[in-house]
Design a protein around this ligand. Structure first.
Ligand code: AMP
Length: 290
């Protein structure tokens, strides 16, 4: 396994592989867990070479977010990457990736507007800019993203379509702990008490989905889920049902045979921000929309 620490070295490596080489790419911020491993395993199965990037991207963090204290576990990450059969790990420094005169931003303006959009100004712009640069460097035929970050996945897919980037964006289902909590690098921040509470989020999202599928009105079931989570100590940023892939508002009656929906939420438990979502309806099983 090759570990590449600079943009120039990656460009050289990619040139040597030639245009026909089928590269699978998994971008991450490190602190790797089994969720990341499932992306790497899909890439390993579908491609000739697998490139993993590990880069805690400063431009997608807000001024009061956790950039400084985001977990950095490079040695363990390299061991996991080796175990998953990764060919190249690209782990640049921020100064090399963004030279001092860097002055371009990529902004998708529709899919990035709802849900996390208003709560994390500039976040998706940071994500689309870093991902487009990474795609230009790695030139993969397939890039793999987790549906855990559903809005991120949809924003990237839209950017790739709008800008004719020429890469297939593959969505991988959310990997969960046995108690239902979606795996996340940020789960490391949870106190033992908050970790015990955290699976309630998935439970409430499931309850909202089940009510929707039973054709009950959306408002009361969403309110009930919010009330229950709030009473347990969660601080809710949003808990909503939306149509996928546009993320436009879902209105009753839903039509799960015709459309795909998500129930998505962002909450705080203590100082830890958790996001999760459940996909359901037409294409949630076969992923044909992905
Ligand atoms: P991150 O390192 O958190 O930026 O995540 C890198 C990639 O792994 C993103 O595409 C995430 O959506 C994906 N990912 C993170 N957690 C999970 C999970 N529990 N299941 C599946 N994919 C995940």
């Amino acid at each position: 396994m090759l570990v590449i620490r600079s943009v120039a070295e990656l460009v050289e490596w990619r040139q040597i592989q030639g245009p026909q080489c089928k590269v699978g790419f998994v971008p991450t911020m490190g602190a790797l867990h089994a969720g990341h491993a499932s992306l790497l395993s899909a890439a390993r199965q579908g491609c000739d070479l697998v490139v993993l990037s590990i880069f805690v991207n400063p431009t997608q963090f807000g001024p009061n977010e956790d950039f400084e204290k985001y977990p950095r576990t490079l040695d363990a990450d390299l061991a996991l990457a080796q175990h998953e059969g990764v060919d190249v790990v690209f782990a640049p420094s921020p100064g090399d990736f963004y030279p001092p005169d860097f002055s371009t931003q990529i902004r998708e303006i529709e899919v990035s507007s709802p849900l996390c959009g208003p709560f994390r100004p500039g976040h998706f712009q940071g994500v689309t800019t870093v991902v487009l640069k990474l795609l230009n460097l790695v030139r993969p035929s397939q890039a793999y993203f987790g549906l855990k970050d559903l809005q991120q996945f949809l924003v990237i897919k839209k950017m790739v379509e709008d800008l004719s980037v020429g890469v297939t964006i593959v969505g991988i289902p959310t990997l969960r702990e046995p108690d239902g909590l979606a795996m996340s690098s940020r789960n490391l921040y949870l106190s033992p008490e908050d970790r015990a509470l955290a699976p309630s989020l998935y439970k409430q999202l499931t309850a909202v989905r089940d009510e929707a599928l039973a054709n009950r009105p959306l408002g009361p079931s969403i309110d009930a889920a919010k009330t229950e989570l709030t009473s347990q100590g969660f601080k809710i940023q949003y808990l909503e049902m939306r149509v996928v892939p546009s993320l436009t508002e879902a209105s009753a009656p839903i039509d799960a045979h015709k459309y795909t929906y998500c129930v998505a939420a962002a909450v705080y438990l203590g100082k830890t921000r958790l996001i999760d979502n459940i996909l359901f309806g037409k294409a949630s099983e076969d992923m044909s929309w992905a």
